[in-house]
Design a protein around this ligand. Structure first.
Ligand code: GRF
Length: 211
């Protein structure tokens, strides 16, 4: 059987979305396999979770590189060496340079815990509660130059409860993150995603492959 295509996952911390992707691939719900998990933070708890699941891990500390481009070049090289076709950011706390994005054009996905374009950036649930929204959620999107700004692949809404704290809301959103991220990666490898400007069309199953 020919090798399955590979995706890489970049993390900086807990790694629960990374685990959701790895386990979905193991269950055969994604027609691809995780080729490597890379962290820019050596103490990221997700590294051990990846190893326990038999996925190769690599630490590249951004501080060890003189510039953002040098760091990004090293990450790109590590991904290419493992023949990674798609890069999934999963709680990766670094902005990517044009050099990185040009190396993987329309091949970098991110997950964000709000219904973008509402509440990009950090401390998202606190901002959502302070704003008084009644519905929040999560978004998987292609990454472009703008922070949390690229074309949206899939979103899932989560209702805000009266008694919600940032933590309780984050926990309910995270459950949905773990569902929609594997779905988006699956669609990508099924060749079903078409980016048309800001819009991403999801083709029905069996549509012509783009890869
Ligand atoms: C998630 O909420 C994700 O949406 C955001 O960072 C968090 C990462 O959590 N980008 P984890 O490391 O995947 O558990």
């Amino acid at each position: 059987m020919p090798d399955r295509p590979r995706f890489g996952i970049l993390i900086s911390g807990r790694g629960s979305n990374m685990v959701a992707l790895v386990e979905a691939a193991t269950r055969g719900e994604i027609p691809a396999e995780p080729g490597v998990v890379i962290s820019n933070v050596p103490s990221a708890p997700g590294l051990e979770l990846a190893r326990q699941r038999g996925v190769e891990t690599l630490v590249l500390r951004h501080r060890d590189f003189p510039t953002r481009e040098d760091f990004d070049r090293a990450v790109v090289e590590a991904l290419r060496r493992r023949r990674v076709e798609l890069v999934c950011l999963a709680g990766f706390m670094r902005l990517l340079s044009p050099l990185f994005l040009e190396s993987f054009p329309q091949r970098v996905l991110n997950i964000h815990p709000s219904l973008l374009p509402a509440f990009p950036g950090l401390e998202v649930q606190r901002k959502a509660l302070e704003h008084g929204v009644k519905v929040s959620g999560c978004t998987v999107h292609f990454v472009d130059q703008e922070l949390d700004g690229g074309p949206i692949v899939v979103q899932r809404a989560v209702e805000v409860a009266e008694e919600d704290t940032a933590e309780s809301l984050a926990a309910r959103i995270l459950e949905q993150e773990h569902r929609i991220y594997p779905l988006a990666v699956r669609w990508f490898f099924e060749g079903r995603l078409r980016v048309e400007g800001r819009r991403v069309r999801v083709l029905p199953p069996g549509g012509a492959a783009v890869r």
